[in-house]
Design a protein around this ligand. Sequence first.
Ligand SMILES: Nc1ncnc2c1ncn2[C@@H]1O[C@H](COP(=O)(O)OP(=O)(O)OP(=O)(O)O)[C@@H](O)[C@H]1O
Length: 265
Amino acid sequence: MSVLSLQSVSLAFPVDRDISQTRLVLDGITLHLASDEFIAVIGRSGSGKTSLLNLAAGFLKPTSGRVSVDGVDIAGPGADRAVVFQDDALYPWLNARDNVAFPLKLRGIAKGERRLRADDLLAKVGLDNAGAKNIWELSGGMRQRVGIARALASDPRFLLLDEPLGALDALTRARLQQFLLKVWSDSKTGALLITHSIEEAMLLATRVVVLAPNPGRIVADIPASFGRQLLSGKSLQEIKDSPEYRRLHDGLTGLIHADAQEDAA
Ligand SMILES: Nc1ncnc2c1ncn2[C@@H]1O[C@H](COP(=O)(O)OP(=O)(O)OP(=O)(O)O)[C@@H](O)[C@H]1O
């Protein structure tokens, strides 16, 4: 079992490129993600969700505090932490299979083996016959699935997901939520998901973390079991109709709303 940890992490950005003046964006963040967990981070726009993910990915260095994997400070981005963005960021000059195989190429894996593994990963994300397709021939949902297959190709211990379903229509998004849940459960990687959707956070995560802004800080860290209920075959409607679902939904909405009112006061 691996653990990705942020320990008393703060992050300040310079104000208007003036490095003598800084603004605190995240303050005192402590968060541990184990490789069997799915943490969803919600919070208002500007509360620091993406900054938190960028710290975990190693794209940003904390101003103070530590970011580590299994107790070892990270030095920057690494293959142990794969990132999927809202904008799929695929290579348009490569077909779907070669996009997925790209991390394998970087690791020096031979061509035949790369092809087999890429096809296997494409099958895992339900794109068995799409390997030879050009990126521009794929729908938005298919492109996101290729992006997730590519992230899995590096055999990461953690998947860092920055609003990966945010640009999709409601129906495709609902389908891909179920798919993401299955991928997480099968691949046994820890997942950190940034989302604007309370419902998405509740349906996928084993823990929902709420950030409040100015400066970004954790105001709630709540366990959830709806994803596991979905995986064990309970229907979405039954889950959404349950009192525990409605209670948590109301609670999370209240937390985000309370924080907005505090800001306006
Ligand atoms: N590179 C940067 N330089 C200066 N300020 C930044 C930088 N990146 C983010 N910020 C500021 O940090 C704060 C948090 O931004 P961040 O993108 O992490 O929030 P967020 O919760 O992900 O927002 P959203 O939900 O709108 O994507 C914002 O006020 C933003 O303007």
